[in-house]
Design a protein around this ligand. Structure first.
Ligand SMILES: O=C(CO)[C@H](O)[C@H](O)COP(=O)(O)O
Length: 221
């Protein structure tokens, strides 16, 4: 699994689900799974049985972003279904530290997610335990939204917090409105994992992936 590469392109499966093989062949490094329950966000996608069925299609790492309340109830099922990374929202659970433990004790990478209005300082305690932070650059729930510029500032703040906590190994992921126009800027700020839905799947997938990767610093493939 190429999880430690400095610059990773993650194709957002939930936008147009059937093209996993195509994005893999085009050079995507990760498949990002948007898991929505209709409660934490105003949209519903899919659960562990669908993840299990698509697990057979590819060996690329699966990164599940749980936009669900009480994520602790479903983590074991998603892990059994074959995901390699799980992120959750701290305001969706009472015991965030326990959720991180549940994820990591199964040898899966654990991440927490910041909504556009959630400050970086909410990570001050949990930062010691996690593997990555997902910065939402749109309000979660739907693909195809416009990148919220202020969210890029959070990358800078997060890097400062990581330094202070002596956790510069944490990966920074960004999701929402990522495209060929902003990916290089985000990469220069220090983002490692770029989730892209429309920017990958709209038009020619191969060309899109190549162009996105061209903007990513230190891209390995
Ligand atoms: O999970 C999301 C919203 O909840 C993502 O922002 C979305 O799926 C990515 O799509 P796009 O790259 O088209 O903004």
């Amino acid at each position: 699994m190429k999880l430690l590469a400095p610059s990773i392109l993650s194709a957002d499966f939930s936008i147009l689900g059937q093209q996993i093989k195509e994005v893999e062949e085009a050079g995507a490094d990760i498949i990002h799974l948007d898991i929505m329950d209709g409660r934490y966000v105003p949209n519903i996608t899919f659960g562990p049985p669908v993840v299990e069925s698509i697990r057979k299609i590819t060996d690329l790492p699966f990164d599940a972003h749980l936009m669900i309340v009480e994520p602790e109830k479903y983590i074991t099922d998603f892990i059994k279904a074959g995901v390699n990374m799980i992120s959750f929202h701290m305001d969706a659970t009472i015991h965030a530290h326990r959720v991180v433990d549940m994820i990591k004790s199964n040898d899966v990478k654990a991440g927490v997610v910041l909504n556009p209005a959630t400050p970086v300082k909410t990570l001050e305690e949990i930062i010691h335990y996690i593997d990555y932070v997902l910065i939402m650059s749109v309000n979660p729930g739907f693909g195809g939204q416009k990148f919220i510029p202020q969210t890029a500032e959070k990358v800078k703040k997060l890097k400062l917090l990581m330094e202070k906590a002596n956790r510069t190994d944490i990966l920074i992921e960004i999701d929402g409105g990522v495209n060929q126009d902003n990916i290089n800027y985000l990469s220069m700020l220090g983002v490692n994992i770029f989730v892209a839905g429309n920017a990958v799947f709209k038009g020619n997938i191969k060309e899109n992936v190549v162009n996105l990767k061209r903007g990513m610093l230190g891209c390995l493939s």
